[in-house]
Design a protein around this ligand. Structure first.
Ligand code: SAH
Ligand code: SF4
Length: 384
């Protein structure tokens, strides 16, 4: 495969590649995946390989702007560098399979090197020719919110940077959504929501590195305004995420008293509502133009009364907020029922009359268990 290199040179490059990375990024053939390296890491790697720093920029362009996975097609690199890279490296994608819902929502199951799996959902916007990609940050979740299917799956592990970015790139591959050489830009995959499996602020370093990669202007170049991170309320990490990444914040509130929230979102026992609201008031970059979204899953007879809607309005005072009402999506064995349409509308009206936008989220992809809180990977289901 590498006529240009001797066996000894190949060995030497592999040794350097191995030095560079955690084992998870190295394939069975010993080659290291370049996806997930930050820009400075890629530049350092080029220096290691005796290449000029501008090569890192070229590679970055091919990997993240053009979506190219084969070094031989990265024409600007030249054959000798392409051969060197081929010997020690890959531009990988997680293995994907997918299911399409009747409403066009598409759920991807990604399988990573160690066999762990995570789900990613593409949600097309019906009106416009675009859509959002819902990324997972962990395999499973430690937090066990009572209404969430993912929460019934034990945390297997955090996802790595390449695995987080790889979900997005894999979905782009599936839609052929990379800019063409003629400069046509992708439109379908224009938004990222970190609302899949896992708690993104419990895997902050990897999530942050992945978001920096997708925001880099010479690559995928998504604006931070097109990225929303959803947290169940990991208070100590919220300010840092806002200051460092500047992405939109969504907070999974779901209850207006500590008594109920302790039950529904057990993390509340550690970071109760007052503390959470305080962290929201301090969230860097929130303003009337960039409001914090409060997610509220509507559970019949549990949190959907008019009194609770009024209490919610009081809680939000002084926070640039909008409310997202999520009809509960049932899953096999779940203990709750969705609120009635009437209850949801009454709740929404009270919030709206107080001056907050309060859209009711349309469930998408329920037939394939792709809606909010329904994600859970097969690997775990099979083990049971
Ligand atoms: N762990 C993060 C992000 C993933 S969950 C968080 O909790 O915010 C994304 C959203 O889906 C959260 O608001 C979560 O509370 C909500 N959700 C979980 N299970 C749900 C279900 N069964 N029906 C509707 N929404 C659900
Ligand atoms: Fe984890 Fe979010 Fe599900 Fe809670 S709602 S169990 S934090 S994924």
């Amino acid at each position: 495969m590498n006529a240009l290199l001797t066996e000894a040179e190949r060995e030497r490059i592999l040794a350097k590649a191995a030095l560079f990375e955690p084992p998870a990024a190295v394939g069975a053939d010993g080659r290291r995946d370049l996806v997930g390296l930050t820009r400075p890491e890629l530049a350092a790697l080029m220096t290691e390989l005796g290449e000029k720093p501008f090569r890192a920029g070229q590679l970055w362009h091919w990997i993240y702007h053009r979506g190219e996975t084969r070094f031989e097609r990265m024409t600007s690199l030249g054959k000798p560098l392409a051969a060197k890279l081929e010997a020690g490296f890959t531009v990988g994608r997680p293995e994907a399979s997918d299911q399409v819902s009747l409403d066009g929502t598409r759920k991807f199951l990604f399988r990573f090197r160690d066999g762990q799996q995570a789900e990613t959902v593409y949600i097309p916007d019906r009106e416009q020719d675009r859509g959002a990609v819902c990324l997972s940050s962990q395999v499973g979740c430690t937090l066990s919110c009572r209404f969430c299917h993912t929460g019934t799956q034990r945390l297997a592990r955090n996802l790595g940077v390449a695995e987080i970015v790889g979900q997005f790139m894999g979905v782009r591959d599936a839609y052929g959504e990379w800019p063409s050489p003629q400069g046509e830009t992708p439109r379908l995959l224009s938004t990222i929501v970190l609302m899949g499996m896992g708690e993104p602020l419990y895997n902050y370093e990897n999530v942050a590195a992945a978001m920096r990669i997708v925001m880099d202007n010479e690559g995928i170049a998504l604006s931070r305004r097109r990225i929303t991170l959803s947290t169940s309320g990991v208070v100590p990490m919220m300010e840092r995420a806002g200051a460092e990444l500047g992405v939109n914040l969504a907070v999974s509130l779901h209850a207006v008293t500590d008594e109920l929230r302790d039950e529904l979102v057990p993390l509340n026992r550690k970071y109760p509502i007052a503390m959470l609201m305080d962290a929201c008031r301090r969230y860097p970059g929130a303003s009337n133009a960039r409001r914090i979204t409060f997610e509220y899953v509507m559970l019949k007879g549990v949190n959907d009364s008019e009194a609770e809607a009024r209490a919610l309005v009081r809680l939000l005072q002084g926070i640039p907020a909008k409310v997202n009402l999520i009809p509960f999506n049932p899953w096999p064995g779940s203990a709750f029922e969705p609120s009635s349409g009437n209850a949801v509308h009454r709740f929404a009206r009270i919030v709206m009359e107080a001056g907050y936008s309060a859209p009711i989220r349309t469930p998408r992809g329920q037939d394939i268990l792709a809606a909010c809180g329904q994600l859970k990977t097969l690997s775990e289901r099979r083990q049971k």
